[in-house]
Ligand binder design. Structure first.
Ligand code: FPP
Length: 256
């Protein structure tokens, strides 16, 4: 078991920090409803929380943070909410990119970007290019992303390689398949956090999260603060990760 402490600024000191955290930021709509505000006000408040959690990941020297900003299924929301979310992404990128760059954050986007307006796609490309060589936190923003889409597009690429004779079917194994899904260049997610009280994965990174520790918080995303993120990190530090082995094997190897 690792020793974990939290200093007064809320930075977790531990040798068991996750390398890669993924977050489903749920509860913006309910947060707004409780205040009799439009749902978009909840999304605006959600962006503020996202900013703070990114800063906290930078402070804790976490290697990668992947956030689910818009799922393949979110197109089913009322048209007005979808378009205001698009506007929000655009304005958030405009206002946040300078500070992200200063913090050495490398911003990447994962998902099917072709469905977005050219204006938004251009902004996304500019953001990725500007921050490409940054060496700090890698922030992956999943937009129009779905785990089943990710696996399906990997299958298509592999099938095309077979059709063109570049690959034989007996060369397919989990490791080579993994090279064709999103985020394969990063360590697999260690810690999944979902706010908003629901306990499901909702088609996020379903291939990548085979061994991820799952943490659920009842807080609505705009209310998820530094303390709440620290609580998740401390919870993670106390987990024994077995990857199919027995608890005794892990304890004997000194990683328990
Ligand atoms: C889920 O809450 C939240 C979303 C679908 C949008 C998440 C987006 C942000 C927090 C903005 C992040 C911005 C950038 C630029 C990355 P919900 O609407 O499903 O809430 P509910 O379950 O209470 O209705």
């Amino acid at each position: 078991m690792s020793v974990t402490s939290i200093d007064r600024a809320g930075t977790v000191a531990t040798n068991e920090l996750p390398h890669h955290v993924v977050i489903v930021m749920d509860g913006n709509g309910r947060w707004a409803k409780k205040r009799l505000l439009p749902r978009t006000a909840g999304h605006h408040a959600g962006v503020k929380t996202t900013r703070k959690i990114v800063e906290q990941c930078v402070e804790n020297k976490i290697r990668a943070l992947t956030i689910f900003a818009f799922s393949s299924e979110n197109w089913k929301r009322p048209e007005q909410e979808v378009s205001s979310l698009m506007e929000l992404f655009m304005s958030a990128l405009q206002t946040e990119v300078k500070s992200l760059h200063e913090q050495q954050v490398r911003v990447r986007f994962v998902g099917d970007l072709s469905a977005f307006s050219h204006r938004l796609q251009d902004k996304i490309t500019q953001t990725m290019m500007l921050t490409e060589n940054n060496t700090g936190l890698q922030l992956n923003i999943a937009v129009n992303y779905g785990g089943r889409w990710d696996i399906t597009q990997a299958c298509k690429i592999i099938a095309e390689k077979i059709e063109s004779g570049k690959l034989r079917s007996d060369q397919i194994d989990a490791q080579m398949f993994n090279e064709h899904v999103c985020l394969s260049e990063l360590p697999e997610p260690d810690l999944f956090i979902r706010t908003g009280g629901e306990q499901r994965i909702s088609n996020f990174l379903i291939w990548q999260m085979a061994y991820t520790e799952l943490y659920f918080s009842d807080l609505l995303w705009p209310d998820f603060d530094r303390q709440a993120f620290n609580d998740a990190l401390v919870w993670f530090a106390g987990r024994q990760r077995r990857f199919g082995k027995t608890g005794e094997q892990i304890e004997q190897s000194g990683h328990g």
